[in-house]
Design a protein around this ligand. Structure first.
Ligand SMILES: Nc1ncnc2c1ncn2[C@@H]1O[C@H](COP(=O)(O)OP(=O)(O)OP(=O)(O)O)[C@@H](O)[C@H]1O
Ligand SMILES: [Mg+2]
Length: 353
């Protein structure tokens, strides 16, 4: 008998500028893209992971999933910004049954919110317990604000969608990477998601997230700088940034401003990598993979490559996905840059931790 395509969850990436949705099908070990779509949000509806206008976001999700190719009505979503915190902590090696108590005690020392306001989860990265010289174990701790989780669940309920999995953007990116690339266990790579309001930086070693941090920069930083330097309204600055003529200005006129913000971007990313240094292997990162809509900004990839001295390539979340049907939507390069988090989320299964 033929194995049927399994319908999973829809991966919903609720960003500051747009909601992105991806749905995959799996047959055996092979994954296909069943649907992908983007629905723009008005400025201010979502700000770096915080849903400011639930009605507008719910309506956008409803419109997006109302497109014919989407079938799933259960979703995996990602928390972002300061609604979630991810830390890698080192604990003395211990038996799994002892770990719960220790992790929760340790978590209290690391989390900047009152314990009753957060939902905690953790994953053991390597356990040296039981090995003769294993003195420690590494744990990846995730603390999510309960009010943020409730806000996501409420908005999606309003849109007719059940939240089955709550994830973190950095983990979704890592999963999109693992699906599409062969991971060298010795390689250390940085994933950079350049969004509208935030830049997510995650260092991945041998396929495992090592450290992650969100920088308060993004497409919006360019829009603000263009507005300031060229005296443009935000809507015109946004158009110019996309390479369109706006308010009598040619896209070339934006270049000096864009290059200057590219420089700040490189400085901030280099600074964040420097903060990670203690947690990273001495040779540092070997490559940088770029995603997010604003990663396509003119000259940014080149500035990062020059400034950090590493190879920079786009992370293609569709690289190993077959289109299931012609109606699965466009698969242009632009979609690829927007789709990584949504694809990583769509890989999750209901009941996953
Ligand atoms: N072709 C392009 N060239 C330059 N910038 C682009 C392009 N396409 C999109 N952008 C910019 O990318 C940003 C949107 O990207 P993305 O959808 O990844 O952000 P987001 O997920 O909504 O935001 P965040 O993750 O920060 O909450 C906007 O700032 C937009 O101006
Ligand atoms: Mg984003």
């Amino acid at each position: 008998m033929l194995r049927r395509w399994r319908c999973g969850l829809v991966g919903l990436d609720i960003g500051s500028s747009a909601v992105k949705a991806a749905e995959l099908r799996r047959r055996g070990r092979k994954w296909s893209l069943a649907a992908f779509g983007v629905e723009q949000l008005p400025p201010g509806a979502v700000d770096a992971g915080v849903i400011a206008d639930p009605d507008t976001v719910a309506a956008a999700v409803r419109r997006l999933l109302g497109r014919t190719a989407f079938r799933a009505r259960s979703a995996a979503v990602a928390l972002a910004g300061n609604t979630v915190m991810v830390r890698r902590i080192t604990l003395p090696a211990m038996r799994p049954e002892e770990l719960d108590g220790s992790v929760y005690w340790e978590a209290r020392q690391h989390i900047p919110f009152p314990a009753e306001d957060v939902a905690l989860d953790y994953q053991v990265l390597n356990t040296a317990a039981g090995e003769p010289d294993g003195a420690t174990c590494e744990v990846l701790l995730v603390a999510a604000r309960r009010d943020s989780v409730a806000a996501y669940v409420g908005v999606l309920e309003q849109a007719g969608v059940t939240v089955a999995v709550i994830d973190v953007g950095a983990f979704a990116l890592r999963n999109a990477l693992a699906l599409n690339y062969d991971i060298d266990p010795t390689a250390v790579a940085a994933l950079l998601d350049v969004g509208a309001a935030a830049v997510g930086l995650t260092v991945v070693a041998g396929g495992q997230p090592l450290c992650t941090r969100e920088l308060p920069l993004g497409g919006r930083t360019y829009v603000e700088a263009l507005g300031r330097e060229l005296g443009l309204a935000a809507a015109d600055a946004r158009q110019l940034l996309l390479g369109h003529r706006a308010a009598g200005r040619e896209p070339e006129e934006a270049l000096p401003v864009v290059q200057s913000v590219n420089g700040s971007m490189v400085t901030e990313v280099a600074g964040a990598l420097e903060l990670f240094r203690a947690a990273m292997p001495p040779k540092g990162i070997g490559s940088l993979l770029l995603c997010g809509g604003a990663s396509r900004i003119e000259g940014l990839a080149g500035a990062l490559a020059d400034g950090l001295g590493v190879g920079v390539t786009p992370l293609d979340p569709f690289r190993r996905l077959e289109p299931l049907a012609a109606r699965s939507g466009r698969r242009s390069e632009a979609d690829g840059s927007l789709a990584a988090v949504a694809v990583g989320l769509a890989l999750r299964r209901a009941g996953d931790r």
